[in-house]
Design a protein around this ligand. Structure first.
Ligand SMILES: C[S@@+](CC[C@H](N)C(=O)[O-])C[C@H]1O[C@@H](n2cnc3c(N)ncnc32)[C@H](O)[C@@H]1O
Length: 260
């Protein structure tokens, strides 16, 4: 299957020039390296623990397909990888561009006695160092909106998926209805950057969060992206009034990619 990346263009996908960094990826890496030690606490605190429930839900959606080998892209401190290993008993490889996030993830994996199942390594979602058709499932939580080239990241995930395998993407989205949209906007744009900035001592990082969500395609558009890149059976589940959304897509089994 050849992903149809070249046929697509979208203005939001052109990375802007990032203050002091030559690429979005460098900017994102240094941002996550910088907040790594506060990341888990702030994640759970600022989402009132909902992030934990959202990850559980995302992994539950894979239960029926019994994946044995999972790639967790943009794994960060490995929460989704740990949840997949624990709840599915699957082997998980997590990759990320931030070494500091990965180091914290490794510590958690060893504390939880999961070193046999979960391994982490440095890696770029937009050029995955894995063979085609390798994984039963590919997951990514709160990572896609940070990619410099979302299409390339989605196409790489599709490439390494086995035919019949499923990609699960968990990402922030925006509530649609009044007054939730307005309340959420106020919290996300005013309160969250303030609290995140004070606790992490990096206001810039927590200004980036609402900006990255605002600049990211809405949920219908993301489904279209998945379809354009070549996923089939694309679908979505809106979570907690639409604050987050899970997207699923499957790699079709065709005569050219059938593996016996
Ligand atoms: C918001 S964190 C999410 C971490 C984790 N998945 C979670 O659920 O908490 C985003 C992560 O994406 C990583 N990231 C951003 N762009 C990436 C890329 N192109 N390749 C791999 N990782 C990337 C960052 O380093 C960061 O650790």
């Amino acid at each position: 299957m050849v992903p149809r990346i070249s046929a697509i263009s979208h203005p939001q996908m052109i990375p802007p020039v990032f203050e002091g960094k030559s690429t979005k990826q460098e900017y994102v890496r240094s941002l996550f390296d910088g907040i790594a030690s506060h990341y888990d606490f702030l994640n759970h605190f600022l989402s009132s623990g909902f992030d934990i429930l959202w990850r559980k839900r995302a992994i539950r959606l894979l239960r029926e397909s019994h994946p044995r080998l999972i790639l967790d892209v943009a794994t960060g401190t490995a929460d989704l990888a740990i949840e997949a290993a624990r709840s599915l008993g699957a082997s998980v490889i997590g990759i990320d561009i931030s070494n500091r996030m990965l180091n914290l993830g490794r510590r958690k994996i060893s504390q939880k006695g999961l070193v046999e199942l979960v391994s982490l390594r440095p890696g770029n979602a937009e050029s995955l160092e894995f063979e085609d058709n390798m994984f039963d499932a590919v997951t990514v939580a709160f990572g896609v909106r940070n990619f410099s080239d979302v299409f390339r990241g989605l196409a790489e995930m599709l490439r390494v998926l086995k035919p019949g395998g499923t990609a699960v993407i968990l990402e922030f989205s925006k509530p649609r209805t009044f007054p939730l949209r307005q309340i959420y906007g106020f919290y996300f744009e005013r309160i969250l950057p303030f609290l995140g900035g004070v606790i992490s001592e990096s206001r810039e990082s927590y200004d980036y969060l609402p900006d990255s969500v605002k600049g990211f395609p809405d949920d219908t558009t993301l489904l279209e992206f998945l379809h354009s890149v070549g996923y089939s059976n694309t679908r979505q589940y809106r979570l907690t009034f639409g604050i987050a959304t899970i997207y699923l897509g499957t790699k079709a089994i065709t005569s050219s990619n059938y593996i016996s």
